[in-house]
Design a protein around this ligand. Structure first.
Ligand code: TLP
Length: 348
C-alpha cells in the first residue's frame, strides 16, 4: 500500500469517527435547526475564546468569508508573500472581495511590526485602503512554521494601531498550539477572526470554521449562502469535527515527532537539501529542495509515487511531505528507506 505524505488532508475517518457521524442528530442548517452543527459552532467558538463560529465546507471558504466581511472592494490586505491566500485560493481575494494584497517577505513565513508599519499606506486619495492583516499559523509554505505568541502579538498590535483588522488563517492552529505550548485561545486573542480546519491534521473528512464577533459571523453566514456554502444535514460532517476536537488534538505531537524523524532520515541525500533544515522542522511538514540534476519536483514526485511513496511538488524544485493520523513511525521509516534508495539511484 502507498504511503501517502502529500498532505494531512488525505486521512480516512477512523472507525470511531464514522460511528460518531452515524449517531449524530441531524436537521437542516440552512433553515437554522441543525443541532450537531450548532454544537460544533458553540464548541469551537468557546475553544478559541470568540463570541461565535460558522461551520464552512473548507478553509478556503472560511478565509474568504473573513476577507469579504473585513474589507470593501479596492481595499488592501497585508500578508506574507508565502501565504496560502496568495498561492492556493485561486485568486479569490480579488475575485470575491475585490481586494489586492501587499505581500511582505521574511524568514520562516514571518515578519515584524516594522515591516507592517512600512506596508501600511497613509490616507491618500490615490492609495488603496490598508484594511486587513492576515497571519498564517502554522505557515504552510515556509515549512509548517509556528508563530511565536509575542512576535504575533507585536505585529497584530502594529496593524490594529493603524486601524487594520486582523485575521488568522489557522488551518493548522492546533498544530501550532501543540508545538509551541500556547493555547489556541491565547493565539486567537490577537485577532478579530480566526479560521481553523478540522480536515487537516485533525483527521475529519470535511470542514472548517470561521470564529469571531457575533455580528461579523451573522454577516459571514449570509455570505456563505451567497458563495454556495449553505449545507443541509451537515451535522453528519460536524459530528466528525467534534470527534476530531475531542480525540485528535493531543496526538498531533506524534505527527510532529514523525516529521522530525522523517527529516532526520532524509537528511544528506545527494542532490537534495532539507528546506527548512532539521532545526526548522517545527510541526508536521518536511520540505526537500531538489537539485536540477534529479529533475523537477513534479518528476521526482512521479518517480516516488511509482515506488509507493506519495509526496507533493510545492514549486519547481521543492517537494513536501506531511505526516498525519494515517502514518505511524514504522511507515515513516519505510517511506524514508524507499525515498533514499530511489533518489540514490537517480543521483548523477
Ligand atoms: N492547504 C492544502 C493545499 O491547499 C496547499 C495543503 O495540502 O496544505 N490555509 C492553509 C494554511 C492551508 O494549508 C490550507 C490547505 C487552507 C487554508 C485551505 O483549506 P481547504 O483545502 O480546506 O480549502
Amino acid at each position: 500500500m502507498d504511503i501517502d505524505l502529500r498532505s494531512d488532508t488525505v486521512t480516512q475517518p477512523t472507525a470511531a469517527m464514522r460511528q460518531a457521524m452515524m449517531a449524530a442528530p441531524l436537521g437542516d442548517d440552512v433553515l437554522g435547526d441543525e443541532p450537531t452543527v450548532h454544537a460544533l459552532e458553540a464548541k469551537v467558538a468557546a475553544l478559541l475564546g470568540k463570541e461565535a463560529a460558522l461551520f464552512t465546507p473548507s478553509g478556503t471558504m472560511a478565509n474568504q468569508l473573513a476577507i469579504r466581511c473585513h474589507t470593501e472592494p479596492g481595499d488592501e490586505i497585508v500578508a506574507h508573500a508565502e501565504s496560502h491566500i496568495i498561492h492556493y485560493e485561486t485568486g479569490s481575494p480579488a475575485a470575491l472581495s475585490g481586494c489586492m494584497i501587499r505581500s511582505l517577505e521574511g524568514a520562516r513565513g514571518q515578519f515584524d511590526a516594522d515591516a507592517v508599519h512600512a506596508a501600511i499606506r497613509g490616507h491618500d486619495i490615490h492609495s488603496p485602503r490598508s484594511r486587513l492583516l492576515v497571519l498564517e499559523n502554522t505557515q504552510n509554505r515556509a515549512g509548517g512554521t509556528v508563530w511565536p505568541l509575542q512576535a504575533a502579538q507585536a505585529v497584530a498590535a502594529a496593524a490594529r494601531t493603524a486601524g487594520l483588522t486582523v485575521h488568522i488563517d489557522g488551518a493548522r492552529l492546533f498544530n501550532a498550539s501543540i508545538a509551541a505550548g500556547y493555547s489556541v485561545a491565547s493565539f486567537a486573542s490577537i485577532a478579530d477572526t480566526v479560521s481553523v480546519c478540522f480536515s487537516k491534521g485533525l483527521g475529519a473528512p470535511v470542514g472548517s470554521a470561521l470564529c469571531g464577533p457575533a455580528p461579523l459571523i451573522t454577516r459571514a453566514r449570509r455570505f456563505r449562502k451567497m458563495f454556495g456554502g449553505g449545507m443541509r444535514q451537515s451535522g453528519l460532517l460536524a459530528a466528525a469535527c467534534i470527534h476530531a476536537l475531542d480525540h485528535h488534538v493531543e496526538r498531533l505531537a506524534e505527527d510532529h515527532a514523525n516529521a522530525r524523524l522523517l527529516a532526520t532520515l532524509l537528511g544528506g541525500i545527494p542532490g537534495t537539501r532539507l528546506d527548512p533544515g532539521l532545526d526548522g522542522i517545527e510541526t508536521n511538514m518536511v520540505f526537500l529542495s531538489i537539485d536540477p540534476s534529479l529533475g523537477t519536483a513534479a518528476e521526482v514526485c512521479t518517480r516516488l509515487a511509482a515506488v509507493g511513496v506519495r509526496m507533493i511538488p510545492m514549486g519547481a524544485r521543492r517537494i513536501r511531505a506531511v505526516t498525519h493520523l494515517d502514518v505511524d513511525r514504522a511507515a515513516i521509516e519505510r517511506a524514508a528507506g524507499v525515498v533514499r534508495s530511489m533518489l540514490a539511484r537517480s543521483a548523477p
